[in-house]
Ligand binder design. Structure first.
Ligand code: TRP
Length: 452
């Protein structure tokens, strides 16, 4: 026990329960919630999609998150070390390697988009975006910005540097402290923006589009999109939550922490919709724009409203904060692997991994400029890395994690770990059923759907 505690302390620990919940929520709430969720809802039937999304989150996301936290707290290790210690000398350790690799891949392009958000904060501050007369103009502005090699690289590097600055300071002094400031800021900004959006004339039309279920747009494909989105949004499938769980002090209640993080992530996504759709409708624009909704429709929306430039600064600050608190969680997974498994010190681990991840991300950053013609199967470098990580590594990792906990390590051992420091886990049977049957099958279906 003494050895275990020393080992824990030397790796770093969350200082408070709230700090842990905010850090895990910070990982979950990111570009997935603010950039992706609204446009996916916009394209998939509004309210009906939202209902299915919530169902996927509860039935599949929540059980897997609890499984990841449990493995993490039990082993106090990074994903590779964790699977190794629970099933030594088996192939299951490969889930861990896949996770670390996925973290490396995701951060490499996530940091590019994170850089765009920083650039937009600066551009809003310097009033560079205050004279658009149409979304088309804002779109052209965006297109020429992401095609500008040096500007993109500069902000990409800046985003990585911010993540490095935080992760270098460790779990308590870096990640927890940053999230304790950034997450409340994010919530306040979001509430402010919601009031601004909801009080615009014509806002209710947006709310109606957003919340009125249109079941005619719902098909098998919709469920798969909803499940994939739930996975990405909750930071599951690559040992990110596992790693955060490994810094938990022993006495923490895992089930309630899981519920808080899932609620936090879902509520934020829903609130973001309450900002974007009213604003877009009030300005008479289309919500079905797709991925460019945030960067090329919204700046034009802001120009048209009172105090638009201020709203623009605040909105892109929100986006940047969300991206940073997720970026650091991705970096931490890779760093934890080198600290635990390769015995590097934190400084070396952070510097070496972040420089490598940045370098690997450079072609992603240039994918909309000088490298935009370099396509394979009609996808640029950015798309390929995103595709491999989000559509293959994450679902595969999530499915294998569920199978591992449900069938290999066993729900009994997992429940023992969960109940070690808390009173009876009343939902144990439900959770066991979900993790053994529902989660693996659901993720398997999503996975198969990629091929048809
Ligand atoms: N969940 C974050 C978002 O919504 C992104 C993210 C951070 C992530 N860590 C992850 C996604 C781990 C998958 C796995 O933007």
């Amino acid at each position: 026990m003494v050895i275990r505690n020393n080992h824990k302390k030397s790796r770093g620990l969350w200082n408070t329960r709230l700090g842990f919940i905010l850090a895990a929520s910070g990982s979950a709430v990111g570009l997935g919630n603010i950039w992706k969720f609204p446009y996916i809802v916009g394209q998939n039937g509004g309210g009906a999609f939202v209902l299915i999304y919530i169902l996927c989150t509860i039935a599949v996301g929540l059980p897997i998150m609890l499984a990841e936290f449990t493995i993490g707290r039990k082993t106090c290790l990074n994903p590779v070390g964790a699977f190794q210690s629970l099933k030594p000398k088996s192939h299951w350790v490969k889930i861990g390697y896949m996770g670390v690799l996925a973290g490396f891949f995701i951060l490499s392009f996530y940091a590019v988009v994170g850089g765009w958000t920083l650039a937009y904060v600066v551009k809003a501050f310097t009033h560079t975006m205050s004279n658009f007369s149409s979304p088309k103009e804002a779109g052209q502005f965006f297109g020429s910005f992401i095609g500008n090699t040096w500007e993109v690289l500069f902000y990409h590097a800046l985003f990585m540097a911010i993540c490095v600055g935080i992760v270098l300071r460790g779990i308590h002094g870096g990640i927890e402290k940053a999230c304790k400031v950034l997450m409340p800021t994010l919530v306040i900004i979001l509430i402010f923006l919601m009031f601004r959006a909801l009080t615009l004339p014509g806002a209710m039309e947006g709310i109606e589009f957003y919340l009125k279920p249109d079941f005619s747009k719902i098909g098998p494909q919709t469920i798969l999109i909803a499940l994939g989105q739930a996975f990405f949004s909750l930071s599951l499938g690559m040992g990110c939550m596992l790693t955060y769980g490994s810094y938990l002090p022993e006495q923490e209640n895992l089930t309630s922490a899981t519920v808080y993080v899932v609620i936090f992530d879902t509520v934020i996504a829903l609130l973001v919709g309450m900002v974007i759709f009213p604003a877009v409708f009030a300005m008479g624009l289309e919500p079905t724009e797709g991925p460019s909704l945030v960067f090329s429709v919204l700046p034009a929306v802001f120009v048209g409203m009172p105090f638009g430039n201020l709203v623009s600064i605040i909105f892109f600050t929100l986006l940047a904060i969300a991206a940073i608190t997720s970026g650091i969680s991705l970096l931490e997974v890779v760093v934890a692997y080198f600290i635990d498994q390769r015995k590097w010190d934190r400084k070396k681990a952070v510097l070496v991994t972040s420089v490598t991840i940045f370098a690997f991300g450079v072609p992603s950053g240039l994918s909309f400029g000088v490298l935009s013609e370099a396509k394979l199967f009609d996808m640029n470098f950015f798309d390929h890395v995103d595709n491999i990580a989000s559509n293959y590594l994450l679902p595969l990792g999530g499915m294998l994690t569920a199978i591992f906990v449900g069938w290999v390590w066993g729900t009994k051992s997992a429940e023992e770990e969960i109940e070690k420091y808390e009173t009876k886990f009343h939902w144990g049977h439900v959770w066991g059923f979900l993790i053994r049957y529902i989660s693996p099958v659901a993720v398997f279906l999503v996975f198969c759907a990629k091929f048809v």
